[in-house]
Design a protein. Structure first.
Length: 284
């Protein structure tokens, strides 16, 4: 898929295969279990699209939980919101964090050293089920649901019910939801599953060049609905939070990302949901 200049780091961790490579088109690239996670050149499309629609929709996100997010770029974007007092990040694999800090430090841009950040190494599912704290925003940035992969039980009904229990009354959750084109059934299953749990649910997508696809995101909310905010609302909030240095996201983009191709819209309501007994998988 991508022309490789050189392999910089390769390791089989306790959890997954980790590679950092240098490519011709995207610069340094992090790969887990053979799948592109982030590249230096285009990572902002994914991380800004994942974080900012829900963070700006919440009127005062003070306490944020990130599940996954190994490279630290999701944490970085969360901490750009000055309302945030505490951001907890829970990733299963310390080796992804160590290698990202060493070879791809631009991705976290100092976020791990921020006093508001707290890193916990644990399985996200176990953490959520035993957590006694509540959060304003929960962001799920885990690897795709691959059969036997570490993320397979982080896309199920039981997982989203546990997430809902630890969200504050007006809290919002969002998850990356795979490719809307290459894995439409997986994307729409994640949407239907979250819809079973939350009254307000929505999905959006954005083009990620290095994934070579329109990428999907799904949110569930107990409070504000991100898609009810228009261009001017978003630009006003970004201005108030002094968040005008984004590379991708602004009010215009916010309005655009909720428009899905008609064919995908039609498929949103058709089909089943994902449960622990019958999880959804993205084709490898
Ligand atoms: N942008 C990404 C993509 O392409 O899907 C996700 C990026 S991020 C690197 C994925 C992180 O999820 C990895 O660091 C991985 O260790 C973590 N992860 C996978 N399964 C997990 C689990 N069960 N609990 C917590 N973290 C998990």
């Amino acid at each position: 898929m991508h022309g490789i200049k050189r392999i910089i780091f390769s390791k089989k961790s306790r959890v997954q295969y980790i590679d950092v490579i240098e490519t011709y088109d995207y610069g340094l690239m992090l790969i887990l279990d053979g799948k592109v996670q982030s590249t230096i050149r285009d990572e902002y499309f994914y991380h800004e699209a994942l974080v900012h629609p829900v963070m700006t929709a919440h009127p005062n996100p003070e306490k944020v939980l990130i599940i996954g997010g190994g490279e630290g770029a999701t944490l970085r974007e969360v901490l750009y919101h000055p309302t945030v007092k505490q951001a907890i990040m829970v990733d299963i694999d310390i080796d992804v964090i160590k290698c990202s800090k060493e070879y791809l430090p631009q991705l976290s841009n100092g976020a791990f050293e921020d006093k508001r950040a707290n890193l916990i190494i644990s399985d996200g599912r176990k953490f959520i089920e035993s957590c006694r704290e509540k959060f304003d925003v929960i962001i799920i940035d885990v690897t795709d649901p691959l059969e036997e992969g570490p993320g397979q039980f982080l896309y199920t009904l039981e997982f989203y019910e546990a997430i809902k229990n630890i969200l504050n009354d007006n809290g919002i959750m969002v998850t990356q939801a795979t490719s809307i084109y290459y894995s439409t059934y997986c994307f729409t299953t994640i949407y239907r599953t979250i819809k079973k749990v939350f009254e307000k649910v929505g999905c959006y997508s954005t083009w990620i060049p290095s994934y070579d696809s329109m990428w999907g995101f799904v949110y569930g909310s107990k409070g504000p609905d991100p898609k009810s905010l228009n261009k001017d609302d978003i630009d006003t909030i970004l201005n108030q939070r002094k968040l005008l240095n984004t590379n991708y996201y602004n009010g215009k983009i916010h309005e655009k990302i909720f428009i899905l191709p008609k064919e995908i819209e039609k498929q949103l309501e058709k089909g089943g949901i994902a449960t622990d007994k019958s999880p959804t998988f993205m084709p490898a």
